[in-house]
Design a protein around this ligand. Sequence first.
Ligand SMILES: Cc1ncc(COP(=O)(O)O)c(C=O)c1O
Length: 459
Amino acid sequence: MVTHTEAQVHELQQSALEHLWVYMREPSDMAEKGEPQIFTGGKGVHVTDALGNQYIDAMSGLWLKNVGYGRTEIADAAYEQMLKLTYMPAGTTTEPAIKLAEKIASITPGDLSRSFFTSGGSESVETAMKLARAYFKRVGEPGRYKFISRRGSYHGATFGTLALGGTPLFPKTDYEPLLGGVFHGPQPNPYRCEYGGQTPEECAERCVNAIEDIIMFQGPDSVAAVIAEPVASPYGAVVPGDNYWPMLREVCDRHGCLLIADEVITGFGRTGKMFACEHWGVTPDIMTVAKGITSGYIPMGAAITRKPISDAFIGSQRAAFRHVITFGGHPVAAAASLRNIQIMEDEGLVENSARMGTYLLDSLNELKEKHSIVGDARGLGLFCAVELVKDRDTKEKFPPEAELSERINQSLYSSGILLRGGDIINIAPPLCATPGEIDEIVSAIDRAITTAARELGAE
Ligand SMILES: Cc1ncc(COP(=O)(O)O)c(C=O)c1O
């Protein structure tokens, strides 16, 4: 539906260029391209801009629109709670927050049973980091303060989480010096295994061994936690070999450090299970979530702890976890989240994510058969990616002068598909996607790759 005239859109854009930080965008580039584009509506996998143009949002915003756009039931739940109560006196709580914590305890694996609510993913990971350090103070091992993360990971934008991340897509150089005591191991990426593993399992084993080497070198008594995303986004839906998570769990247990699973993207159905750790039967000590917890209808996140971790903070006032996030556990967000989870359960969206994920990955593998510049197609559930290469044998990437992302994105955009393209094309539509919608996305990618390959003489 057209909601604005071109003149109104232009006026809004000028105002945005002057007053708004649009994340990861630079104003003169947006001005040159007639952006930022302004969206006004959405339904299911579709979004509509102010001029009435409709697109498929094949990235679910930023991997978060799990139940899709336009679910008025969530708006109603938030509205009803807003009419009742919109915050609470200090040091108290509300029924929606309690019910949501109880619900999360019932759907997360093992004895993950207590939620600290936050307003987003970075705060959830930051909370997990503080929980891990404070836990070891409570249990008499105050020397454990180090964190081990992985290259090719993303854990958030705040200072602590920034130090954990390890991707050139988000360079840290502008913000140094960063939090100390953080060390990075390899990403178990079967397509480009840093340790030369020839199969996903061999890569996984070598990468876990490398994490253990870091623990040994740093001194096991100094390590608080290992943190990892079950499937990592920065290099495009990197799915580890099936032995990775069980082995990582064993290594953490052997050396007495905590295992933190950052399920900010993977949680709430994205990979075809409610939580990705379930694929490998592993319970982390702390799980961090956000995004899909409300499908982005309202900001929220959580750090969820296993019982032995939570219990270390019980017994006296001095034992308490001293950490406050004002908007954490907001009753309106909690009410929206409960309704969001109910929609997922009632409509079998986690199962749909598994089914449509298999269908999507099969279709992407067909593109790999067809185009020599598709080096790899991978993913789990509706968290998929294809990786484009100049040379399939050497896995050499296209140089920046090839302007691959511009070519791919422009073509996808003209097909009405919104995706973050480039060397790596991430594909993660809402979990309600239908086979027809997956076909539309894959056909557009097929056309974009065909055009880019032709233009670059790489057919
Ligand atoms: C795995 C992971 N952890 C943490 C974050 C940070 O979440 P937020 O942007 O909500 O702070 C993200 C964001 O994309 C993420 O992908």
